[in-house]
Design a protein around this ligand. Structure first.
Ligand SMILES: Cc1cc2nc3c(=O)[nH]c(=O)nc-3n(C[C@H](O)[C@H](O)[C@H](O)COP(=O)(O)OP(=O)(O)OC[C@H]3O[C@@H](n4cnc5c(N)ncnc54)[C@H](O)[C@@H]3O)c2cc1C
Length: 240
């Protein structure tokens, strides 16, 4: 069933990852997430599972008609390592629960910084977005400069720590948007679909889109195959 998903970790970006640390219903119950949704819906009229075909049909009906509360009966808890530029956008989704690594407590290492593969150009039509990429030689030069910037920022951070400055203040020297943080993040399936709809869309920033896509492909689809199928049909498209 879904027990192989617990503890599964997928790599994202250059140094990030997503790991599923808990799932409701827990795989040990033997109840699939899709069935938990159907069972929750049937409690409305005190019914039970009526076999795969009818259960799946009911689930599709629920999603198609925005009968959303049964989808809140399934929960995913992830441990996620992502750069701050990703978290900056992720935490806007208020229906998630988070607990973050403390930069006041844990020191940052030299290689705790995001290095993009490519430098995307400013999009012509959307002031918030990017498109294409710079020429390869410009790409390489920018990456070298970024690494220099990180090294200098981290050197100053270490210098401040050596001078007795607290971790909570020394981190002011770190390049803010690039530093990787590890968080625990929990969400139910209904609100996860809202997150996926917005953050897998083409106008979402690449640095969060890859996390949304990884969650969808590696965890959401295998944990909730019927729901994923219905979501592809009725729920994936972002409202215009
Ligand atoms: C492409 C893109 C660009 C963006 N650009 C910007 C930007 O420039 N500036 C900026 O500030 N943000 C920006 N955002 C963030 C965006 O405005 C939302 O804050 C974010 O996507 C979270 O969406 P949400 O509120 O639907 O999610 P959640 O907070 O997870 O909420 C899910 C749903 O629950 C309901 N809900 C939750 N909390 C409340 C509440 N307190 N009151 C009423 N209903 C609630 C709403 O129906 C909501 O849709 C951008 C998002 C995207 C995808």
């Amino acid at each position: 069933m879904t027990d192989h998903l617990l503890g599964k970790r997928v790599d994202v970006l250059d140094k990030g990852w997503i790991e599923l640390i808990d799932l409701l219903p827990h795989p040990a119950t033997g109840i699939s997430g899709d069935l938990a949704i159907v069972n929750a819906a049937r409690v409305s009229f005190m019914g039970e599972s009526k076999g795969d075909e009818k259960d799946k049909k009911l689930l599709f009906y629920l999603l198609r008609n925005a009968h959303t509360s049964p989808f809140e009966m399934v929960e995913f808890k992830f441990r996620v390592r992502a750069p701050l530029v990703t978290w900056w956008q992720w935490v806007r989704h208020r229906t998630w629960n988070f607990n973050a690594q403390s930069g006041r407590y844990t020191p940052f290492e030299e290689n705790d910084f995001y290095i993009p593969d490519v430098w995307r150009k400013q999009a012509a039509s959307n002031k918030q977005a990017s498109e294409g990429q710079v020429e390869p030689e410009v790409n390489a030069a920018l990456t070298d400069k970024l690494k220099e910037h990180y090294n200098e920022g981290h050197r100053l951070y270490e210098e401040a720590l050596q001078a007795g400055v607290s971790k909570e203040m020394a981190r002011l020297f770190l390049p803010g948007f690039s530093v990787y943080y590890t968080w625990v993040a929990k969400v139910d399936a209904h609100n996860l679909m809202q997150f996926l709809r917005l953050r897998m869309a083409s106008d979402a920033q690449y640095e969060i889109r890859v996390y949304a896509q990884a969650i969808y492909e590696s965890f959401f689809k295998p944990a909730l195959p019927w729901t994923a199928e219905a979501f592809d049909l009725y729920g994936l498209k972002k409202a215009e």
